[in-house]
Design a protein around this ligand. Structure first.
Ligand code: UDP
Ligand code: MG
Length: 318
């Protein structure tokens, strides 16, 4: 029988975790695979850890990994992917919004020779207008300026074969946007559309700040276009300077130099514009340098608190 690892990041989900596990367990009962369920507790401050401990005592397929603090959804997923060693690895959320009913179909597709089974969220009325709008704008932007094409509405609900998981492990970058990384590695993939049900309980743990951070990570690690904006603006400024020079020379040539008023306002205008553009360029370069700085430091993407004998830097480059 084939083995399957389920990787489930959990952050402050005390209201939902038991419900979710019961539903998941009921679903897995019907499937002819050997499952291991990895719950990655991403530094929850509520009773999630206690509840996970109870779940793992009652269900021997469950393994719990406690991160030392809240490192974020992508880091928690990475922690799970680094430990998964089954034939197939499926990642899903702990709130029931990634329907466990689809696991059987995903495994069937993998059995038919696909290396990656992606899922695509079909937005319905229940998705807030704000979320729908931000998500579609984000994917349009990233697919326009980046060289890696990412399915709009792609979710972190997907199946990967062991080979793909190993490919991801060879990418030790600190700023992680797994949807982009999975698109980047290639392999044979198929997309399953799904309609997200509402959360089983509790509230969203993806704050606006976390969403912004994720989209920044995606844009700056999958596109160099922001750097080119600075260069393009610089070129434009040089061109304007040339036009201005020709303009001034034309006054000299026609002998009208006395008509050229000493214009304080236009000068200020130019200075301000140039200053503004320079600042933008420097700012953008600064972002990339910041990212390079963080990569060079080679910090681990996460640290494990429990079990304590875990090697610390599984994901970091040697
Ligand atoms: N999550 C996490 N760390 C975080 C934020 C979220 O591990 O810092 C987990 C969360 O427990 C859930 C999944 O990531 O299992 C998706 O989060 P959520 O459902 O809150 O996001 P939404 O569906 O609202 O986008
Ligand atoms: Mg959710």
């Amino acid at each position: 029988m084939k083995t399957v690892d389920l990787v489930i990041p959990v952050f402050n989900e005390e209201e939902v975790i038991e419900l979710f596990h019961a539903k998941l367990a009921a679903e897995l009962k019907t499937l002819p695979y050997v499952f291991t369920i990895w719950y990655i507790n991403d530094g929850s401050k509520d009773d999630t850890a206690k509840k996970l401990k109870i779940i793992s005592h009652e269900d021997e397929r469950v393994r719990v990994l406690e991160l030392s603090r809240n490192f974020g959804h992508q880091a928690a997923l990475t922690a799970g992917l680094d430990r998964a060693n089954a034939d197939y690895v499926i990642s899903l959320d702990a709130d029931g919004q990634h329907p466990p009913e689809m696991i059987g179909e995903m495994l069937e597709l993998a059995g038919n020779g696909y290396d990656i089974v992606l899922t695509e969220r079909m937005d319905t009325q229940s998705t807030s207008t704000f979320k729908r709008w931000t998500s579609s704008t984000f994917y349009r932007l990233i697919n326009h300026i980046g060289s890696t094409q990412i399915t709009p509405g792609a979710a972190d609900f997907r199946l990967l074969t062991r080979q793909v998981v190993e490919a991801l492990r060879s990418m030790p970058e600190y700023h992680r946007f797994l949807r982009g990384m999975v698109a980047w590695v290639g392999f044979r993939s198929v997309i399953l559309p799904y309609t997200p049900p509402p959360r089983m309980a509790g509230y969203s743990k993806y704050s606006l700040a976390k969403m912004l951070r994720l989209s920044m990570d995606a844009i700056f690690s999958f596109s160099l276009v922001p750097l080119y904006i600075g260069i393009s603006l610089g070129m434009l400024m040089l061109f304007l300077a040339l036009v201005e020079m020709i303009y001034v020379i034309s006054f000299w040539v026609t002998g009208n130099i006395s008509n050229l008023a000493p214009g304080w306002s236009s000068l200020m205008f130019i200075i301000l514009i140039v200053g503004g553009f320079l600042m933008i360029s420097i700012g953008l370069i600064g972002v990339y340098i910041g990212y390079i700085f963080q990569e060079v430091k080679g910090r681990p993407v996460y640290l494990v608190r429990e079990p304590a004998d875990e090697p610390e830097k599984i994901n970091a480059a040697d």
